[in-house]
Design a protein around this ligand. Structure first.
Ligand code: DC
Length: 221
C-alpha cells in the first residue's frame, strides 16, 4: 500500500488539499484531526476539563470511534452518532488540541490510524503522521502558511457558514493552537527530517492542490 503523510499547523489547508489530491490519485483520505476533535467533543459534552489528563483518560473506555466513507467523503461516528459537522464548531478546536496532548489519547488513536494505511492507499493528514503514525510513509509533506493567512482562511470559511466571528480572535486562537500543538511533550507538531516543506502563503487553493499533486506524482514514479 502507498501512504502519503501530510502534516502541518492548523488552517494550512491540509484537509482541503489532501482531500482533493486523494481524489485525483484514487486514494482514501484520512483526516486524523477529526478523531481528536471527536474525543474533545465527548469530553466537553460530559462537562469535563479537556486539559486534565486524568479526567480525559478516565473517559476513554466509554468512547467508540468509527470512520466511514459516504460517496468518498469521510464521516466520523462517536458512539454510533455521526458527529462530522458538530466537531467543526470553534470550541471543539481547542478541546481537540488539549486532549491531543495526553499520551493516553494518542495511544488510543494510534492503531485506528495505522489500520487504514495497512488496508488502503491513503493520504493521511494530521500533526504527527510522518513522525509517529506512519514513519515509513512513502511521501511526507509538511504543509504550512503564515499565521495571518491561515487565520484569514479560517475566518472566511466560518463567515461563509454564517458564524459570527472576529478575525483577531481567530488569529489569536491559531497562534495559541500552534503553540499547544508544537510544545506538547508527546508527538509534537514538527516537520519530519525526510518531509518536503510546502509553504502555501500567497497561493490560491487550486494552485496549492496542483503543486502538491505534481510533487506527489513525481515522487511516486
Ligand atoms: O487538524 P485539526 O485542526 O482538525 O486537528 C485538531 C487538533 O487535533 C489539533 O489542534 C491537534 C490535534 N491533532 C493531533 O494532535 N494530531 C493529529 N494527527 C491530528 C490532530
Amino acid at each position: 500500500m502507498i501512504s502519503i503523510a501530510i502534516d502541518g499547523p492548523s488552517g494550512a489547508g491540509k484537509s482541503t488539499i489532501a482531500k482533493a489530491v486523494s481524489q485525483k490519485l484514487g486514494f482514501i483520505y484520512v483526516d486524523t484531526g477529526a478523531l481528536y476533535r471527536s474525543i474533545g467533543l465527548y469530553v466537553l459534552n460530559q462537562g469535563k476539563d479537556t486539559a486534565n489528563r486524568q479526567e480525559v483518560s478516565s473517559l476513554l473506555p466509554e468512547i467508540e470511534l468509527k470512520i466511514r466513507y459516504l460517496d468518498g467523503v469521510q464521516r466520523v461516528y462517536l458512539n454510533g452518532q455521526d458527529v462530522s459537522e458538530e466537531i467543526r464548531k470553534p470550541p471543539v478546536s481547542m478541546a481537540a488540541s488539549n486532549v491531543s496532548a495526553h499520551p493516553e489519547v494518542r495511544e488510543f488513536l494510534l492503531n485506528l490510524q495505522r489500520q487504514f494505511a495497512e488496508e488502503y492507499n491513503v493520504v493521511m493528514d494530521g500533526r504527527d503522521i510522518g513522525t509517529v503514525v506512519l514513519p515509513n510513509a512513502d511521501i511526507k509533506i509538511f504543509l504550512t502558511a503564515s499565521s495571518e493567512e491561515r487565520a484569514r482562511r479560517r475566518y472566511d470559511e466560518l463567515i461563509q457558514k454564517g458564524e459570527q466571528v472576529q478575525f483577531d480572535k481567530i488569529h489569536k486562537e491559531i497562534i495559541e493552537r500552534d503553540y499547544n500543538d508544537s510544545h506538547r511533550a508527546i508527538a509534537p507538531l514538527k516537520q519530519a527530517d525526510d518531509a518536503i516543506l510546502v509553504d502555501t502563503t500567497g497561493c490560491a487553493l487550486e494552485e496549492s492542490i496542483q503543486k502538491l499533486e505534481t510533487l506527489i506524482r513525481s515522487r511516486m514514479k
